[in-house]
Design a binder for this molecule. Structure first.
Ligand code: NOJ
Length: 584
């Protein structure tokens, strides 16, 4: 009953205890490896092109794996690399167990894993269970009502009005605007799609669908991956009675998804059960194979209490190792006060069920970049937060350089489907292209991303100055700071230390990380655009000497500088990581 044992160990939070009780290194590697990781998100299309077609690919990623080793990154997660018509750039999958030809082959993937293993980098894949592509053979067979596939997707007749017109079965809306129901002429029914027209929702009330997706997971696990990032999990089940959703009262636009309160299409009770099933599958796999604990992390924008249920339900049954915490994206921005930061950071830690691990997502391919959300001056401070808060950090590619959104992408260069559907007058406000532009490696042609005449999305013209090579050569740079923070994370105080926050004033907050017999670390951030002089003597145990461990690129402070707790000067948006040395 190894499986049960593992589930039990995990459910009572013994993993943490094991860690503290000198267990063997293998156990540590198997169970705890993920608890303090920084997971680096690679957007494959924009990371590195190896064959000059202007599109990133697997060989490109493999050629850059050494970069992770040099930087100190030991885990990456890849946005989808599977066969896809690319309506939603890989989130519309037409073959779950093959590689998109533009990206390479299964052999390229094996080579990527082999090289990653050699360098000690774990690979997590995106798993997109909610919907396939409308070009997937399952959908084509379902349209044709082929036996075994009739109910693979969510099909409905709709309502026939007295005047003879047919309308969708209810008022549900797509996340990307308009009705969630699309008419299919051949089958003479509506299919549910919560994203683009090319992403029909799979029907998880059909056991054959669950079986098919389990097989997909096993296929990739057998290829040597360390787990999955699970896409769009909150959309996986919908109300079986198809009840209309009530208006939310937040917008007058009936096509905008915010028009409705999504009580019947998101976070349905069955979602949790499905995740628990996958958790079992992964735990089972780990129990029967060598290698690390295979983990899962889930994507879902939901309320904090709903998200906490994903960690574990009220009976303590375990779900994913962690649901992504998007508070730095959804709740905090350039106008947030110090209290807002302390509030949202603490909220996650307070709500999180006992024995679980926090995580902080700073960015992704669906939202504006850190420099564009918080301001370019905030890049280092945000990375300091990511790296010194308790738990797991998640970095989107390019954030270690402080890459910025390229907001001036023209209408003709726009490729993000919802932006294309929004039209020339509205595309800019919703397009996700600006944060997906190619990685800026150097000042060479196309930022060193590709040798093509034209890349799939334009390279941000600021690459001439803002690129990795420049930052590697500079005395101080965002990249070097990021790298030093990753090193710092190895300190036991950052792995296991307690967290004590303080709102210093409206514009400045700080937190201490404390651990017995270790120096306390303090992170302090000025979230405003004016210089602040603060006195934090009350907050730190006296007598102490303060020395700077990490300072931002523009800081007047230098690593090793001594500070006085009574007079710490912080430039606009400056962050510092400080060591408190007890006086002997
Ligand atoms: C979330 C993904 O991150 C996003 O890019 C995609 O459009 C939707 N899920 C649909 O799969």
């Amino acid at each position: 009953m190894v499986v049960v044992k593992i589930a039990f160990i995990l459910s009572v939070g013994l993993v943490g205890i094991l860690a503290h009780k000198h267990q063997s290194k293998e156990l540590d590697a198997k169970y705890n490896w993920w608890q303090h990781e920084v997971f680096y998100q690679i957007y494959p299309r924009s990371f590195q092109d190896s064959n000059g077609d202007g599109i990133g690919d697997l060989q490109g990623i493999t050629s850059r794996l050494q970069y992770f080793k040099d930087t100190g990154i030991t885990s990456v997660w890849l946005s989808p690399i599977y066969e896809s018509p690319m309506v939603d750039f890989g989130y519309d999958i037409s073959n779950y167990t093959n590689i998109q030809p533009e990206y390479g082959t299964l052999e390229d993937f094996d080579a990527l894993i082999a090289k990653a293993n050699e360098l000690g980098v774990k690979v997590i894949l995106d798993f997109v269970p909610n919907h396939s592509s409308n070009k997937h053979p399952w959908f084509i067979k379902s349209v044709a009502r082929e036996p075994g596939y009739e109910d693979f997707y969510v099909w409905e007749d709709g309502i026939l009005l007295e005047n003879g017109t047919r309308v969708p079965p209810n008022n549900w809306l797509s996340v990307f605007s308009g009705s969630a129901w699309m008419w299919n002429d051949e089958r003479q029914q509506y299919y549910l799609r919560q994203f683009t027209y090319g992403q029909p929702d799979l029907n998880y009330r059909n056991p054959a669908v669950i079986k098919a997706m389990d097989d997909v997971m096993l296929f990739w696990l057998n290829k040597g991956i360390a787990g999955f990032r699970i896409d769009a999990i909150i959309y996986i089940y919908e109300d079986a009675q198809l009840r209309d959703e009530p208006p939310s009262g937040t917008t007058d636009d009936p096509n905008n998804e915010a028009y409705l309160s999504h009580i019947y299409t998101r976070n349905q009770p069955e979602d949790y059960g499905l995740l628990q099933h996958w958790r079992q599958l992964l735990d089972n796999y780990t129990a029967n194979h060598d290698g690390p604990l295979r983990i899962m992390m889930t994507e879902g924008y939901a309320s904090v209490s709903q998200l906490m249920e994903y960690y574990e339900d009220s009976n303590g049954v375990q779900g994913p190792q962690f649901p992504f915490n998007f508070d730095f994206i959804t709740e905090l921005n350039a106008n947030s006060t110090a209290a807002d930061f302390v509030f949202y950071i603490s909220r996650w830690l307070i709500y999180m069920p006992h024995g679980h691990v926090a995580n902080w997502v700073m960015g992704n391919h669906d939202n504006p970049r850190v420099a564009s959300r918080f301001g370019e001056k905030s890049v280092d401070a945000m990375n300091m937060l990511l790296m010194t808060l308790p738990g797991i950090g998640i970095t989107y590619n390019g954030e270690e350089l402080g890459m910025t959104d390229y907001r001036d992408i023209s209408w003709s260069d726009t490729v993000d489907q919802p932006a294309c559907e929004a039209g020339i007058d509205n595309y800019k406000t919703i397009s996700r292209d600006p944060e997906r532009t190619p990685m800026q490696w150097s000042s060479d042609v196309n930022a060193g991303f590709s040798s093509a005449d034209r890349t799939w999305l334009p390279v941000n013209p600021n690459y001439k100055e803002l690129n990795l090579r420049n930052q590697q050569q500079a005395r101080r740079s965002h990249y070097k700071i990021y790298q030093s923070l990753l090193k710092l994370r190895q300190l036991p105080v950052l792995k296991n230390g307690s967290f004590v926050p303080e709102v210093v004033n409206r514009r400045v907050f700080a937190f201490k990380r404390e651990l017995k017999n270790e120096h306390t670390l303090l992170t302090i951030v000025n979230v405003s655009n004016r210089t602040e002089l603060v006195d934090i003597a009350d907050f730190i145990e006296q007598p102490n000497r303060l020395s700077v461990l990490v300072a931002g690129v523009d800081s007047q402070h230098r690593v090793g500088d001594r500070l006085k707790a009574e007079t710490i000067e912080l430039a606009p948006n400056e962050g510092l990581v400080i060591q408190l040395n007890k006086r002997k």
